[in-house]
Structures are given as structure tokens and as C-alpha cells.
Design a protein around this ligand. Structure first.
Ligand code: IMP
Length: 427
């Protein structure tokens, strides 16, 4: 049995797409288990750039089964466009399987995401406005529409009617905006249903059969630990469970089936959206990292906030997801910096605190405790073995591993598939 979960350890955008793409080559099945098109992975294959939002990264390899699990929220127009884009580039998409239990993002979810953000004013979350939160709200309120409903015209029509009645009232009476016309939404979505029908199935069965047959299954987390609804920096979080446990719920596999958990950590920290960020750099080093690392959102194009690597965050991710290995990405972006700072703890009201605080009020007030480490001049992007990395780069990696308490399994020194140094056998 071999089932590996890959998650983000920080606030997202750690380069999970690259690591998942690398591991996908060895996998038989690649699974998305939460989130939706709020995610964005950029994968470079033979110099060609692919931007993925909903499709599992395994889609870029021929012959893989790619599962969009029940825990994902699906905007049908987006997944259809992504499928067509892949097909136009000659990518075979016949291995895609979409869960019949996944919830569907409706136009009112997207509009509610916008008007609710405006309504929050200075307390806004900074969402991607893709309708993710409102769709999960309906799922939890037990009024959502699932793929299985979308494929059943009668069921879909009845659920749409009931939902539109409530949503149009909410949109008009509370937010003062126009609602949606039943006939046109119905027609649009029934059209999507026919395009997606060939891919929709019971993916719990697909996965249990694959695991029983000894196939290698890779679970591809979207977003990251600090954006987890329960374990992240609430309320500045997404509405799903990006931590490793989310794979069990969002794909319908038992915890006993998971063999390894890999946490992807960027060699520095970034975050998009609002909320406290203790190691944020609002100076020329932060600007340098943003420009050198092209730190602008794949999904929204927003500039990402940049800062030093926070090992307390990584240690916390290790606790909540039971990480076996770290995959360190974008080490090359730090090339040329004279000194690096690694956050190893926090000071709060004169006291040293080691653990990641639950209170955002506390998190906003902590002072990071830094260890200063010497940087390196060498271009690491061309290095292919751990031993050849500059001694100071190895020292930085080893210090992160020691403070976070998690072994290092992969070091990535660039976006290409070959720019990957492997230290542990993950599959
Ligand atoms: P939502 O997921 O669109 O509801 O946004 C909630 C929070 O999660 C916001 O701070 C977003 O910026 C953040 N977020 C959602 N998806 C991603 C992602 O893929 N990378 C980084 N941040 C994300």
C-alpha cells in the first residue's frame, strides 16, 4: 500500500504543484480532496507553462487516473474551460474522474463572495471571490447542489428553484443587488452537466479499488495549513481542510490507508489576503524576494506579502498533519542574500512562546525570535545533489529541519522537473 499526501505547511503558494507534479510521475492515481478554483498551480513541462486550478496535476502525465474528490467544490464552467485548454495542447484528459458527491459552485455563490467581502469592509478576509466560501456554507447548511444532483434534471431544477428563492431574497433585501433568473441559470448549468457527465462517478469506489490493487495514490492538497478552517489563522482562512486529515474526508479514504505525509515549505514565507504575519518584510528585502520569486497570485494576480521563513509555522504544520518529510521549495530565490533570518520562536509581552498561538490578537502582537544565518553567493538552480549545495544552504535547511522536527525529503531549486534534489524515497 502506498498513499502519499502532499500538503502546504504555510499560507499557500509553497510550490505544491511542482512537488506534486514530480511525485505524480510515480503515482497511478492523483487526487484533489478540498478547495476549488481558489487554488492555482503553475507547472513547467519541457519549457511549457501550465496553470491548473481544479484539475489534479497528474493530468499532465498520460495514463494516470485523476480524481476530483467529494471534498472539492467545482465551478463547472472553470473545469470545462481547463479541460478544453488541456485538450487543445494535446493533453489526454480521459483519466479524469469527478466525484458525484462534490458540491457545485453556482453563480450566486460567486456574487455572495463579492458582496459579503464588501460588507465586511475593514474586516474583509481577502478571499479569491471564486464563490468557495458560500458554496461550502451551503454544503454545511445542507442546501447545496452536488454533482449527482446536477446530472439529474428534475432534481437539479427543484434544488435550483429552492436555492434561488432564498438567495435572490438575500441578495436583494440584504445586499441590494440583482438576483438571478431561474431559466437562464438552469439552461446554462444543464449544458455543463452534459459536458461533465462522462467524467462523473463514485470516486470512493475508484480509490478503494486502486488502493486494493496496490496502486500508488497521491493526494494533492490545495491551500495550506494556516488556511485550514479549524487549524489555520481563523477567520483569515479558507472554508475547507487543507491539512492531511482533510484527504480522508475529502476523498473518502480511511486514515489507515495513508502511508506518508509530505509538507511543502517555501524557503521563505508568503501570504495573500489579510491577517497577521509575524515575519513579514515590508522593506527592500521583501520587495527583492517578491520580484526575484515572481510572487504574484496565480489565481488573482495579487502581489503576495513576503517575509522570512517561520520555523514555528512549519513545526505547527508537522503537529497537525503528522508530517514525515519536508519538501523545501524555491531555495534558489534566496541565492545572493548576505544574511538569512529564520524565526525559531516568538516573544509575547516579554515572554518566550514556542507554540503557534490560536489567538490572532496574540499573533498580531508577537515579536519573532530570529536566528541569523549566513547566506550564499552560488547559483543553486543548477545543482542536482544535496552534497553540492553551498555549505550555508545546507546549514539553513538543516536548521529548519531541527527546529521544525521534520526530516527533509526533497529540495527544489527551480520550477523545472529536473531541478529537484531527492533525499528520501517517498513512494
Ligand atoms: P477563499 O478560499 O477564496 O475563500 O479565500 C480565503 C483565504 O484563503 C484568502 O486569504 C485567500 O487569499 C486564501 N487562499 C485561498 N486559496 C489560496 C491559494 O491557493 N493560495 C494562497 N492563498 C489562498
Amino acid at each position: 500500500m502506498s498513499a502519499v499526501v502532499v500538503i502546504g505547511t504555510q499560507w499557500g503558494d509553497e510550490g505544491k504543484g511542482k512537488i506534486v507534479d514530480y511525485l505524480a510521475e510515480k503515482a497511478d492515481v492523483v487526487v484533489r480532496y478540498q478547495g476549488g478554483n481558489n487554488a492555482g498551480h503553475t507547472v513547467v513541462v519541457n519549457g511549457n507553462e501550465f496553470k491548473l486550478h481544479l484539475l489534479p496535476s497528474g493530468i499532465l502525465y498520460p495514463g494516470k487516473t485523476c480524481v476530483v474528490g467529494n471534498g472539492v467544490v467545482i465551478d463547472p464552467a472553470v473545469i470545462i474551460e481547463e479541460l478544453k485548454g488541456m485538450q487543445a495542447k494535446g493533453i489526454d484528459t480521459s483519466g479524469l474522474r469527478i466525484s458525484n458527491r462534490a458540491h457545485v459552485i453556482m453563480p450566486y455563490h460567486r456574487l455572495l463572495d463579492e458582496v459579503e467581502e464588501d460588507y465586511r469592509g475593514e474586516y474583509k478576509i481577502g478571499t479569491t471571490k471564486r464563490g468557495i466560501g458560500p458554496c461550502y456554507m451551503d454544503k454545511n447548511a445542507r442546501s447545496g447542489i452536488r454533482m449527482v444532483d446536477l446530472l439529474d434534471e428534475e432534481e437539479f431544477s427543484a434544488k435550483l428553484e429552492r436555492n434561488l428563492e432564498a438567495k435572490n431574497h438575500l441578495l436583494q433585501a440584504v445586499y441590494g443587488v440583482e438576483g438571478f433568473d431561474y431559466d437562464s441559470v438552469r439552461k446554462e448549468y444543464l449544458g455543463y452537466a452534459e459536458e461533465l457527465r462522462p467524467y462523473v462517478t463514485d470516486t470512493v469506489v475508484v480509490l478503494s479499488e486502486a488502493i486494493a490493487a496496490g496502486e500508488k495514490v497521491l493526494f494533492e492538497g490545495a491551500q495550506a495549513t494556516l488556511l485550514d478552517l479549524d487549524h489555520g489563522t481563523y477567520p483569515y482562512v479558507t472554508s475547507s481542510h487543507p491539512i492531511a486529515g482533510g484527504a480522508c474526508i475529502g476523498a473518502g479514504v480511511g486514515p489507515s490507508q495513508i502511508s506518508k505525509v509530505v509538507g511543502v515549505v517555501k524557503a521563505y514565507t508568503t501570504r495573500v489576503g489579510e491577517g497577521p504575519f509575524p515575519t513579514e518584510l515590508q522593506d527592500e528585502i521583501g520587495d527583492h524576494i517578491r520580484e526575484r520569486g515572481h510572487e504574484y497570485g496565480t489565481t488573482t494576480g495579487r502581489p503576495r506579502r513576503c517575509g522570512w521563513l517561520d520555523a514555528c509555522v512549519v513545526r505547527y504544520a508537522g503537529l497537525v498533519s503528522g508530517l514525515n518529510y519536508l519538501a523545501i521549495t524555491r531555495l534558489d530565490i534566496l541565492d545572493g542574500l548576505k544574511t538569512l533570518k529564520l524565526c525559531v520562536g516568538y516573544q509575547y509581552k516579554g515572554e518566550r512562546i514556542k507554540e503557534f498561538p490560536a489567538s490572532l490578537k496574540v499573533l498580531a502582537q508577537v515579536e519573532p525570535v530570529y536566528e541569523e544565518l549566513p547566506g550564499w553567493e552560488e547559483d543553486t538552480s543548477k545543482i542536482r545533489s544535496y552534497a553540492e549545495l553551498p555549505a550555508n544552504a545546507r546549514r539553513y535547511i538543516e536548521r529548519l529541519s531541527a527546529v521544525s522536527g521534520v526530516e527533509v525529503g526533497i529540495v527544489s531549486v527551480g520550477p523545472g522537473r529536473d531541478q529537484t534534489i531527492i533525499l528520501a524515497d517517498l513512494f
